[in-house]
Write a protein of this length. Structure first.
Length: 336
C-alpha cells in the first residue's frame, strides 16, 4: 500500500460518492485530508454525512462546509490546511438535469473550477487533479452501425469538441481551464475522465442504484429508448487505483499535463444490466419504454491503455460480482 504520510490533500466534493471513498483511501495511507463540500441538496444531506462517518473519527481528517465558487472561503481554506495537492471532484452532477438548468451547471462546474485553480496559483499549490467525465466524448462515430460502434474504444486523443449536454460541455471547459493553468504557470495537472462509476454509496439518481431500488421495491423501471444503449460501468475500487496513481504522476519532477480514461473497458448493454439486476435481486422486473432522452450518449467504451501505463490503473472488479456486492449493500440500507 502507498504511504502518503507527508502529503496534505484538499478533496473538493469529499462527502460525495467518489469523494468519501477517496478520503478513506487517503487516510488509510496516512495522508492528512481536508474535505470541502457544500452539501448541495441534489440528494439527501444525511446520506452524505453518513458517507463520512468513518473519516470524521480520524485525527488526520477535517471537514469544511463551503461552496467552491466562494473565492475568499476557498483561499482561507487553502491558507489554513496548506495542502500540496488539490483533488477537485466537486461538481453539479447529472446529464439530464443540466439541460434543465445549464446556467447553474456552468456557474458551479466552470466558475468553481476557475476559482480553485486561481486560488491554487495564488497559494503556490502546484499539484492539481481534476475529475472529468466520459460525457466529454459525446457520440463517437454516430453514423456507424451499433455492432461497429461497440468496437470503438474512446481514446484520449479522440475529438471532444461535440459534447451532447451542458454537463459534458462544462467538463470539457474544466479540462481546458486546467490546461491553461498548466501552460501559463507550469502547474502539474492530471484530468481523469471517469466512466460511470458504481459501487456502495453511488448517487441515487444513477441507473444501477435507481434500478436496484425499484426492483427490490417491486416498482416498474423506466427505460429510455430501446434498451440497447451501453455504459462502461467502472467499480469504485478500480477507479481509486487510477486516482491514487494520479497523485504520484502529478508529483513527478517535471510539470506535466495529462488526460486519462478510467473505465472498465467492458461496456454493459442496458437490457443486459436489467436482466442481471433481476437475477441478483430475485425480483421479476417490470419495465416501461419511454422516448430516448436528449443529451444521453448511446455508448461509452474506455480505452485505458494510457492510464494503465502511466498511472498504474487496474481493472480488477468483475462487473457481475461488483453488481452483486451493490445489491447486497442496497438490501442492508433498506433493512437499516
Amino acid at each position: 500500500m502507498d504511504d502518503f504520510s507527508s502529503l496534505k490533500v484538499l478533496v473538493t466534493g469529499g462527502a460525495g460518492f467518489i469523494g468519501s471513498h477517496l478520503c478513506e483511501a487517503l487516510i488509510a495511507r496516512s495522508a492528512i485530508v481536508t474535505a470541502l463540500d457544500n452539501f448541495d441538496p441534489f440528494y439527501d444531506r444525511a446520506e452524505k454525512e453518513a458517507n463520512l462517518k468513518s473519516c470524521l473519527q480520524h485525527k488526520n481528517f477535517s471537514l469544511v462546509e463551503g461552496d467552491i465558487r466562494d473565492s475568499m472561503m476557498v483561499r482561507a481554506v487553502l491558507g489554513e490546511s496548506q495542502p500540496s495537492l488539490i483533488i477537485h471532484l466537486a461538481a453539479r452532477a447529472g446529464v439530464r438535469p443540466s439541460i434543465q438548468d445549464p446556467e447553474f451547471y456552468v456557474d458551479v462546474n466552470v466558475r468553481g473550477t476557475s476559482v480553485l485553480l486561481e486560488a491554487a496559483r495564488v497559494a503556490g499549490i502546484r499539484n492539481f487533479i481534476f475529475a472529468s467525465s466520459s460525457s466529454v466524448y459525446g457520440n463517437q462515430n454516430p453514423s456507424l452501425h451499433r455492432s461497429s460502434f461497440i468496437a470503438h474504444r474512446f481514446l484520449e486523443s479522440d475529438s471532444t469538441d461535440f459534447p451532447l449536454s451542458p454537463y459534458g460541455a462544462t467538463k470539457k471547459a474544466g479540462e481546458l481551464l486546467c490546461h491553461t493553468y498548466h501552460h501559463l504557470y507550469e502547474m502539474p495537472v492530471c484530468c481523469l475522465r471517469f466512466f460511470t462509476v458504481y459501487g456502495p454509496r453511488q448517487r441515487p439518481d444513477l441507473a444501477i442504484r435507481k434500478f436496484t431500488q425499484l426492483a427490490l421495491d417491486g416498482s416498474e423501471i423506466p427505460i429510455y429508448g430501446d434498451g440497447n444503449s451501453s455504459r462502461d460501468y467502472t467499480h469504485i475500487r478500480d477507479v481509486l487505483t487510477g486516482v491514487l496513481g494520479a497523485i504520484h504522476w502529478v508529483q513527478k519532477q517535471e510539470p506535466q499535463f495529462g488526460i486519462f480514461n478510467l473505465g472498465s473497458s467492458r461496456p454493459i448493454v442496458l437490457n443486459d444490466l436489467i436482466a442481471m439486476i433481476e437475477e441478483l435481486t430475485g425480483h421479476k422486473i417490470k419495465t416501461t419504454h419511454l422516448q430516448a432522452q436528449a443529451g444521453d450518449v448511446e455508448h461509452t467504451f474506455a480505452d485505458t491503455t494510457l492510464a494503465e501505463s502511466e498511472l498504474g490503473f487496474r481493472r480488477e472488479v468483475d462487473f457481475r460480482e461488483g453488481l452483486r456486492e451493490f445489491v447486497e449493500w442496497t438490501r442492508k440500507r433498506i433493512e437499516n
